[in-house]
Design a protein around this ligand. Structure first.
Ligand code: BEZ
Ligand code: FE
Length: 281
């Protein structure tokens, strides 16, 4: 990156003190790649001013996380940070809409009121260790949009904490909760990140999904998402985070005996998913 008569913008040592080697490696590489792009693409001053103005606005409206999401950096960093041993459930990014300390629910667990609009959905399965043992003390923390694709914190028509709950798995690691099927939604796109997406010819849609955090003593906590099979955006997610092993199929139930078994007066759907957590070694 440097020329014979130019000092490096990232010296390995300054004023006799070594710079943190990791910081040095990261900054040197990123600046090196940026310099190469500026040189090869012959970036001009008006283009630099436009870029700096954009990045300043991204910070002002607090969209740095969103920018990292839509350019695929969040997913890449998630993959570097959580490397499962092949048996554990795949992780996924948290996204910007998690609220810690959701209400703790006991069985039968429901994420919303009985009158929540949308397709009633029961999600069930088991939480196990990758060695196969059930994890009865597992805690699940679930959040999702309503059927209009809105999280409760961005929609004054929903009750506080709607479609956000924490609950424990049962004695054999089994869990079940009732909710409504989420739908595809558009990530925030009224600000600079939305303008960026439009400028590069991209859309802001995410396929329908549920977010989950699953944790148990002695095991690596998992943050992930479950995607609903058949969603039109499954192969074109605005943040590139769909993993095939996290896609679940919905079974539809309409027969009177199925409704009677659950004491329901309307059709419902079910989805099954087992989680596997990796023990701390
Ligand atoms: C989400 O799934 O909640 C989300 C993730 C990244 C950006 C925006 C929303
Ligand atoms: Fe989401």
């Amino acid at each position: 990156m440097t020329t014979a008569n130019q000092a490096s913008p990232v010296p390995a040592a300054a004023a006799g003190r070594a710079v943190d080697p990791r910081l040095h490696a990261v900054v040197e590489r990123i600046l090196g790649d940026l310099h190469a792009a500026v040189r090869d693409l012959e970036i001009t001053e008006p283009e630099l001013r436009a870029a700096l103005g954009f990045l300043t606005e991204v910070g002002t409206v607090r969209e740095w996380q969103l920018l990292s999401d839509v350019v695929g950096i969040s997913v890449a960093v998630d993959a570097n940070t959580h490397r499962p041993n092949g048996q554990a459930t795949a992780s996924n990014v948290e996204g910007p809409f998690y609220r810690p300390d959701a209400p703790l629910a006991s069985p039968p667990v429901t994420l919303c009121g009985d009158d929540e609009p949308g397709e009633m959905l029961f999600v069930s399965g088991r939480v196990r260790s990758t060695a196969g043992e059930p994890l009865p003390a597992a805690l699940l923390d679930v959040w999702q949009t309503n059927q209009r694709g809105l999280y409760e914190h961005e929609d004054p028509s929903q009750p506080d904490w709607n479609l956000r709950r924490r609950f424990h798995a049962g004695g054999d690691g089994r869990y079940e909760f009732r909710t409504v099927a989420p739908t595809a939604y558009q990530i925030p796109h009224a600000g600079p990140v939305g303008r960026f997406l439009a400028a590069v010819g991209r859309h802001p849609w995410r396929p329908a999904h549920l977010h989950l955090k699953v944790s148990a003593p002695g095991h690596r906590p998992l943050t992930t998402m479950l995607y609903l099979d058949g969603d039109p955006w499954l192969h074109d997610d605005a943040i590139f985070s769909v993993k095939p092993e996290l896609v679940v199929a919905l079974q539809r139930h309409e027969r009177p005996e199925d409704l009677a078994a659950r004491d329901l007066d309307r059709p419902f759907a079910t989805a099954a998913y087992d989680f596997a957590l990796e023990p701390f070694s």
